[in-house]
Design a protein around this ligand. Structure first.
Ligand code: SAM
Length: 272
């Protein structure tokens, strides 16, 4: 079940119930001047950081005590943003998304930047985390090489190991089938790993900056409920088409999501 709000998340968040969300996946504007068909990524540094703190402060109370928060950032602003969140939550990991960008010359005055910094935070020590669905199976040759008796029958050997905190997943190119017309669309594989590990089945995922709808697709595909906010109506259309193509239309139950207040339900009914 998914709901999509063509709204500024700063307003929409006010209508979400406190402690109702299992997992927030936030991929906000980076403060680097990307074109999202609006001015959302064209703020000066101080304004960008103040705005970032504002939406984070509105988001955190919506997370359940067992819930988690993943936020995409860049090396330019990750230190400030992560330090701010650490005042409110425990930092569990910094995940480096290696976008596997091919070497093609590029800058000659510094090293080429090919990663995103993803902060993974939890509210409490007893946060939900299920490693099993995201274990990485060994290939037969590596598995065979670990035949010492002390390893035999070990879960990590039989079912796979814990993914490390560097995730090498290619960014989406035009040739990729899942590619949509959005400048910073994230690969499904990246978001699915977060959802499988950090949200229980039927749990609720929130994406305040839905973009092309990657989190919505990944959540419904993995039997989680999801709410997305996206301010650009063109991207909302992309999301709706994407969900339809993925045959998720039967899952649309507008106005029935328990964590959305009546006001947002009315807004939804109007905008659809
Ligand atoms: C980095 S992109 C998200 C990409 C997304 N994760 C995906 O895989 O397609 C950020 C998105 O946030 C949207 N946005 C910017 N400001 C917003 C706001 N205040 N409320 C909701 N959406 C906003 C932009 O239009 C843009 O589509």
């Amino acid at each position: 079940m998914f709901t999509l709000h063509n709204q500024d998340c700063l307003q929409a968040l006010d209508h979400l119930r406190e402690s109702s969300v299992d997992l927030v996946i936030a991929d906000p504007p980076y403060g680097l001047g990307k074109d999202y068909g609006n001015a959302s990524d064209r703020m000066e540094p101080a304004e960008f950081l103040a705005w970032t703190e504002l939406w984070i402060l509105k988001t955190l109370p919506k997370i359940k005590p067992t819930g988690s928060f993943y936020i995409f950032a860049t090396w330019q602003y990750a230190p400030e943003i992560f330090s701010f969140i650490k005042k409110h939550m425990t930092m569990i990991n910094e995940i480096i998304w290696d976008r596997k960008v091919p070497s093609m010359g590029g800058t000659t005055r510094k090293f080429s930047s090919v990663h995103d910094n993803i902060g993974f935070f939890a509210k409490r020590a007893a946060y939900y985390f299920d490693l099993d669905p995201v274990r990485v199976p060994y290939d037969p040759a590596t598995k065979k090489a670990r035949t010492r008796s002390i390893f035999v029958g070990k879960k990590w050997l039989e079912r796979g190991y814990n993914p490390k905190d560097v995730w090498s997943i290619s960014r989406l190119h035009r040739i990729h089938r899942e590619r949509e017309n959005h400048p910073t669309q994230k690969p499904l594989a990246l978001i699915e790993r977060m959802i499988q590990a950090s949200c229980p089945e039927n749990g609720l995922v929130l994406d305040p900056f839905a973009g092309s709808g990657t989190t919505l697709v990944a959540a419904v595909k993995n039997r989680r409920r999801v709410i997305g906010f996206e301010v650009n109506p063109d991207y909302c259309r992309i999301i709706e088409e994407r969900m339809e193509r993925a045959s998720f239309q039967q899952n649309v139950r507008l106005g029935q999501l328990e964590s959305v207040s009546g006001r947002v339900e009315q807004h939804l009914t109007r905008t659809r």
